[in-house]
Design a protein around this ligand. Sequence first.
Ligand code: NDP
Length: 339
Amino acid sequence: KIYYDSDADLAYLKDKTIVFLGFGNQGAAQAQNLRDSGLPNDKILIANRADSYAKDAISKNFNVTDDFGKAAEIADVLFILIPDQVQPRLFNEKVSPSLKQGCTIVIASGYNVLFKFLNIPSTSNVVMVAPRMIGSSVRSLYQNGQGFPCFVSVEQDGAGKALEIALAISQAIGATKAGAIESSAREETAMDLFAEQGLWPNIIMLFQQAFSVLKEAGCSDEALCYEMQVQVYFNNPIITYRRLNTIQLKHHSTVSQFGQLSGALSLDGSTIRKHFENILHNQVLNGSFARDFSKLEDALEKEGPENPLNELYRRAEETELGQAEMRRNIMAIDASPGH
Ligand code: NDP
């Protein structure tokens, strides 16, 4: 089911105090969209540690507090828009104990709810409103009057009217204009983690191998980076999606269409299928990735090589493709998304 503006009613947010935990990628975009949809500024509160994100919120004329407990006490609707690995500690220690009775908690990814990492009172609603976009696109598509797709679900209807409130939120942030797709925390998490851990690593690996083989055959880094449009693929999910789907393919040359479709259909998918099944069931859905990832919360805050994410970037940058991309960044060649 896909919900549009006509399925939603902003009246369900009337007189409600709306708190945003976090003013980052999603928080800044969603809070501004919601306000621009007519919800009063004095009913919106940003809860953030007193630092640059808080300053950014203040500069955009939002009310800001660094007291998460006080914010929880007054929240009728509470958006959790801080990084997933940070959510359990902050929510369980500082928010959950003082949560207002009957509050609707809004998540933008299913992860922590699916794996039950958050201590949520049974009297709260829990809804997922998960944009399929980065925050800057959530904002710019709203400003262009286009809207953006998102997944919406009710994970817990403890206070009542959870679906109505979820749809009102989807409308207020601009999602029902493009279509809010009925989903669930399980579906969203399965697809997200699977794509991140199963699909995209293979595509990145394919690019790395293709790059290496063509380089060995005498192709230059500059020509390869441009031709393979590596940055465009990885930096812009919309273009990636459009380029990979078969509608976009029809705008390619016949040689390209024939080569891509016959090539894809002639691949033996059985090995990759086993690999995909293993990732989905033994890494994603059984929660083993989530449990291991939770243990990295502190390490991910560190600077330098002690941060495991920095170490992964370092290793990726060591590959031939990574080296070429960095050189190309320095040269700042602009690759357009055209074929
Ligand atoms: P960000 O990384 O942009 O979050 C930054 C915000 O979190 C800042 O306000 C920051 O404030 C706060 N924050 C970070 N660490 C802490 C901490 N230890 N304690 C308190 N506050 C902290 O998050 P995103 O917007 O990327 O993600 C938010 C949610 O949206 C996640 O559930 C994510 O899965 C989901 N989502 C994200 C998308 C995206 O494109 N990024 C797309 C769709 C969904 P400060 O550091 O100042 O305290």
